[in-house]
Design a protein around this ligand. Structure first.
Ligand SMILES: [Zn+2]
Ligand SMILES: [Zn+2]
Length: 395
């Protein structure tokens, strides 16, 4: 079928929309009409040729949500018409996948960044030219995708699909790190370095889990204000005084630190601000490398923990986050600003500049919303949603 997709080609400032051919779903795949897809910093880095190398041309996008339009012959858990959130890539066979920990799948890197299926094929092409796809098993900067049934999480039909895509990466990474990787207990303290979408999700999850102190650290005053509204007990600027202020807030150090930045100095601070036996969680690599004083860290029983995808099983944590959202306890939609798909250049810029916490591209208006609406009026709330309507969050 013919679809429209934003293709990343070398030298372009952002992915450009082209008309492509999309193949049929295979036996274990579903065809999904994408309603909306979030933009994550991983998309930005990959498009710019930074970070993990990817083949080009390629369709990026890995925070898609949409409606199943066709299913392969071997699909058993999804049906045409189901609403789904697409999550990351996993093989389904390796020990970690079988143990319900798909973000640590043996083949996750290859399947996420390889631009193709395991057998080397891509469902996308343009007049015979191979276009790489299957980015994080979705490539959702497109009007339609084929995705493995395994990575699609069914959600209730009364939910606003145009808001749910970021649950599949940025939001689950932050919430999962606190709830699954740390298993933070009531009374524990946590400091979150960098309160973009991942950090803010961690703040909200820490409040749900009953953290005694939730400290947000960022260079943006606007984001710090938002962090305070979403549950941070303290919000402090990131500068040379940060370490001293953290010691004043929790004298014996934090139970957990969560670093969403790639700044080497923040890696050091995140390790050194911990209490005895504290854990420092990291979701990205230090830019330019990092040499911690390992002997000093080990001597105090501290742990450094690399976290992929929040260590969470999407089929477990996405429904839970939605429950929390319905209860008004997890207002992740306040991070979102929507852009029409055609305005991908504006959305790209807003993400790169940090002007918007979580830009979401809307491919097709969802049923609950009038065409052309690009902001978050409270009227777009589904009748069943009890979520209090927050102010539109850009920061
Ligand atoms: Zn991502
Ligand atoms: Zn696996």
């Amino acid at each position: 079928m013919r679809v429209r997709a934003a293709v990343s080609r070398a030298g372009q400032p952002h992915p450009m929309i082209e008309e492509l051919e999309l193949g049929e779903p295979r036996a274990d795949e579903v065809l999904v009409r994408v309603v909306a897809a979030g933009i994550c910093h991983t998309d930005l880095y990959c498009h710019a040729g930074l970070g993990v190398p990817i083949p080009t041309p390629i369709v990026l996008g890995h925070e898609g949500a949409g409606i199943v339009e066709a299913v392969g012959g071997g699909v058993s858990e999804l049906a045409v018409g189901d609403h789904v959130v697409l999550s990351g890539a996993s093989c389904g066979q390796c020990p970690k996948c079988r143990a319900g920990r798909p973000t640590y799948c043996r083949d996750a890197m290859k399947l996420s960044f390889g631009g193709m299926r395991v057998d080397g094929s891509s469902p996308l092409s343009r007049h015979g030219e191979l276009i790489h796809g299957m980015f994080f098993a979705q490539s959702s900067f497109a009007t339609h995708v084929v995705a493995p049934e395994r990575s699609a999480v069914r959600v209730a039909q009364d939910l606003p699909l145009d808001r749910l895509g970021p649950l599949g990466c940025g939001i689950i990474t932050g919430a999962g790190s606190v709830l699954e990787a740390f298993r933070l207990h009531a009374g524990d303290s946590i400091v979150v370095f960098g309160v973009g979408s991942v950090g803010l999700a961690a703040v909200m999850a820490a409040r749900i889990a009953g953290a005694s102190r939730i400290v947000a650290v960022d260079i943006s005053a606007k984001r710090l204000r938002l962090a305070s509204e979403l549950g941070a007990t303290d919000a402090i600027a990131s500068d040379e005084k940060t370490a001293g202020i953290l010691r004043e807030i929790v004298r014996d150090g934090f139970t957990f630190s969560f670093n969403t930045t790639s700044v080497p100095e923040v890696f050091t601070l995140a390790a050194e601000c911990l209490a005895m036996e504290g854990t420092a969680g990291f979701v990205t690599r230090p830019r330019g490398g990092w040499t911690p004083d390992i002997a000093k860290l080990l001597a105090s029983g501290r742990r450094l923990q690399g976290i992929l995808g929040g260590s969470a099983a999407p089929k477990v944590l996405i429904p839970l986050m939605i429950d929390y959202w319905r209860q008004g306890r997890f207002p992740f939609d306040r991070l979102i600003r929507e852009f029409p798909f055609e305005k991908i250049g504006d959305a790209w810029e807003a993400c790169a500049q940090g002007a918007v916490v979580k830009p979401v591209l809307v491919m097709a208006p969802s049923d609950s919303k009038a065409p052309g609406a690009s902001e978050a009026p409270s009227g777009s709330r589904p009748p069943g949603g009890s979520q209090p309507s927050g102010s539109q969050a850009s920061s």
